[in-house]
Design a protein around this ligand. Structure first.
Ligand code: S3P
Length: 184
């Protein structure tokens, strides 16, 4: 049995990483860090879209790396025994960022959904600068090998609401020893 102290959710835009992360942290009674939120607060801008518009994607990726590295700083390391980390869909494009996110005690979970579901979920969404309904399938196909390269488990998110997915996910990882099932 492998001890897990960090659950890292990766996957394409619209697969439900953030909502599953919230449900996981509720079930595990442990903190959840949303990497995009950390990046926004580090940037001084109000949204991810503002960062892209004003400073471009490379700057966003630099902050994404720094946000991931911050998770490992002694002063920032969470005192709880387990942490759920929800990432942005493009995090897998940087080896350095993934190296900062993953460690021997992390469990990397790739959340998936069919492109048709993603397109439905993100219809009319203007908050994601890298989402374009026309090119989404191509971008997803290009990223799948990267998600698969890092993930220890791949989990479909179309079977129900986030709470159900989170429960099913915890059942599926029962072979792993989660550092604590209750971090309170
Ligand atoms: C991005 C995904 C976004 C966010 C940024 C870039 C991407 O996160 O990090 O807009 O390149 O796939 P979500 O996956 O939460 O939408």
């Amino acid at each position: 049995m492998r001890k897990v102290s960090r659950i890292v959710l990766i996957g394409f835009m619209g697969v439900g990483k953030s909502s599953v992360a919230v449900s996981l942290s509720t079930l595990l009674n442990c903190p959840n860090i949303e990497l995009d939120e950390e990046i926004v607060s580090m940037s001084g801008y109000n949204t991810v879209a503002d960062i892209f518009a004003n400073r471009g994607e490379p700057y966003f990726r630099q902050l994404e790396l720094e946000a991931a590295q911050k998770l490992n700083q002694p002063l920032q390391v969470n005192q709880s025994s387990i942490l759920v980390v929800s990432t942005g869909g493009g995090v897998v494009m940087s080896k350095d960022t993934m190296a900062a996110l993953l460690n021997p005690e992390s469990l990397c979970v790739h959340l998936t959904a069919p492109i048709s579901t993603i397109q439905l979920r993100l219809e009319g969404d203007c908050s994601r600068p890298n989402y374009n309904p026309v090119t989404a399938a191509k971008r997803l196909a290009a990223r799948i090998p990267l998600y698969e390269q890092y993930a220890q488990i791949t989990f479909d998110t179309t079977m129900g609401p986030a709470e159900i997915i989170a429960k099913q996910l915890l059942d599926a990882v029962s072979d792993y020893s989660l550092a604590s099932l209750d971090c309170s």
